[in-house]
Design a protein around this ligand. Structure first.
Ligand code: KG4
Ligand code: ZN
Length: 330
């Protein structure tokens, strides 16, 4: 089955053709990052307008690159929740139009389910159950994935998302947007022990990143340029990574599940991958994470998640709604 994926929930217009839920025939991503960078964050109205301009071009390119035509597509998977409403509407409207015109099955996919399924594209042999740490610009969730579409949220952030902490702290350090990749790059040449930033420890398996963001802002105001920016970036990143790895390992201990997966933009972080791999190796736990391009927003992960839904007969009608905010359930 060839599934056309469409993803427009935030600032990436993306479309992809995935065969059999694992074989990526094409994956086109048009990023709006440069457009939003000068505002230091995503401007929803600009994002929607850009999606309108790009969506048909990107879908056509995905189909062309796959070496097929729209008539060779078997089904459509589209992100319909959660995300910026105006942005989601563009992708969902395109999906409905193609579905209605060609009589194709269509399914709405939860964006976080897509981030989880990026792991099946990286490792098609991944077995259930596993614990998935989803760390993106809008979410930080520890999810127990029991089976296809069977999720249990073990913990989540009580304030900022991990990606938000990267972006806001980078802004405080006078770095560009989005901050995650910039901090990651600088941290490679810095001393992670130069400054000891606080690591929030909450009861249970929840996260909190607002404290570290405030600590970075305060430190930078008081000690601007005292330390190389690389040391500051490395120290900040080490603190965030510590919190993510420690809580994930606490979830492993609590559930007894010895398989861990990562997803979302922050899963592209080299410090996080290294520390998580070290801990998993030490404890004999299997770790899977997608390549960086499949960590950040992309339509291949949506096509993969949609494929498994459609296989189980889960199909949406033309009344498919868009939803701005909805936790992952199932
Ligand atoms: O998953 P994603 O592309 O979009 C959302 O669903 O939010 O995640 C974007 C987030 C941004 O906050 C960005 O700074 C962060 O992922 N990010 C990174 C890295 N690459 C992207 N954070 C840390 N290290 C990276 N290498
Ligand atoms: Zn995302």
């Amino acid at each position: 089955m060839r599934v056309l994926g469409i993803e427009t929930s935030c600032d990436e217009t993306s479309s992809s053709v995935v065969e059999g839920g694992r074989n990526i025939l094409s994956d086109v991503i048009a990023s709006q990052v440069d457009l939003h960078a000068r505002f230091g964050g995503i401007v929803p109205e600009i994002a929607s307008r850009k999606h309108v301009e790009l969506v048909n071009v990107v879908i056509q390119e995905a189909v062309d690159k796959a070496g097929i035509t729209l008539r060779n597509i078997d089904a459509i998977a589209v992100t319909n929740r959660p995300g910026l409403l105006g942005a989601l509407l563009v992708g969902v409207s395109a999906a409905k139009a193609i579905s209605a015109a060609l009589g194709l099955r269509m399914v709405g996919v939860h964006h976080l389910e897509g981030h989880i399924y990026a792991n099946f594209l990286a490792n098609p042999d991944l077995q259930f159950p596993f614990i998935c740490l989803i760390v993106s610009g809008g979410h930080t969730d520890l999810v127990l994935v029991r089976d296809h579409a069977r999720y249990e949220i073990l913990g989540r952030t009580r304030d900022d998302a991990a990606g938000e902490a990267f972006d806001k702290s980078a802004r405080a350090m006078g770095l560009g947007y989005p901050g995650g990749p910039i901090v990651d790059k600088l941290a490679k040449d810095g001393n992670p022990e130069a400054v000891h930033f606080p690591r929030a420890r909450l009861e249970g398996l929840d996260f909190s990143f607002s404290g570290i963001k405030t600590a970075v802002v305060r430190y930078f105001q008081e000690h601007e340029n005292e330390l190389p920016i690389e040391d500051l970036a490395a120290s900040f990143q080490a603190a965030v990574v510590d919190m993510l790895v420690n809580t994930t390992m606490a979830a492993v201990e609590r559930t007894g599940i010895r398989r861990v997966a990562l997803g979302g933009g922050v899963a592209a972080n080299s410090g996080l991958k290294r520390r998580m791999q070290e801990e998993c190796d030490r404890l004999g736990i299997e770790l899977t994470y997608p390549p960086p391009r499949l960590c950040t927003d992309n339509a291949a992960m949506i096509a993969c998640a949609g494929y498994h839904r459609i296989l189980r007969g889960d199909v949406s009608g033309l009344d498919l709604d868009t939803i701005a905010s909805q936790p992952l359930t199932g």
